[in-house]
Design a protein around this ligand. Sequence first.
Ligand code: NAD
Ligand code: ZN
Length: 239
Amino acid sequence: MGIKEIIRKGKRCVVLTGSGVSAESGIPTFRGDKGLWKQYRPEELATPDAFMRNPQLVWGWYNWRRGIIAKAKPNAAHYVISDMEKFFADFMLITQNIDGLHRKAGNKDILELHGNIWENKCFNCGKRYGEIMSEKLQKCECGGYLRPDVVWFGESLDREVLEMAFLKAREAELCFVIGTSGVVQPAASLPYVSKESGAYIVEINLERTPISSIADEFISGKAGEALVKMRELFLHGSG
Ligand code: NAD
Ligand code: ZN
């Protein structure tokens, strides 16, 4: 069976996305030449250790990222993925992105594995705070510093969200892996779970990744351009 047939007959689909999906919206990825901010590598800033050492630095970096994301709009890739949600009877979007662009493009069934950049919480007591746009680090009423409510390197993911992601990956007949380097765990394991239960794996990326070795189909190119070419399949149910 070719991909068109599989898409037409498949009912259960998961899509795993990474920062490459938002690259065409002008949001820098972590791995890639545009990843640097004032000479710091993201891996050195998105950690609890970095925040403990220099909370203002980490907060300032997130404020810079929030500024970029506030101006960004969903691109063609986000919109085709929202067509996919309407097309498949059982669909789940599992994203590592924290920019909220999938929701803006119309997706509703989303598991945000790494949280959302607009939310904040106290590093000390965990109290939740909403959107704050400020260059200056803020304090909680308990005296602790506020941090973005995203999952940093070395931190655990929300258990319920993760369990649901693994369940959906296991049940899927079709699994799309789009714009992720496939090296950040546990997200990178999800396509393997789908593969083990017999799903057809389609990967879209500029370059091959560790996941490419299990992909039934590897589409080389920009997510937006590749998905626009497939869009017809998700509008009428046949290609
Ligand atoms: P990554 O930065 O590690 O890898 C990006 C991947 O996207 C690479 O494999 C690259 O080849 C590919 N890519 C780049 N441009 C592309 C395009 N136009 N079309 C298709 N593929 C493209 O990203 P990751 O795998 O998501 O993992 C790193 C972490 O980065 C995640 O935890 C995520 O939360 C965080 N992050 C999120 C955002 C965002 O929300 N937009 C931005 C940067 C980093
Ligand atoms: Zn507090």
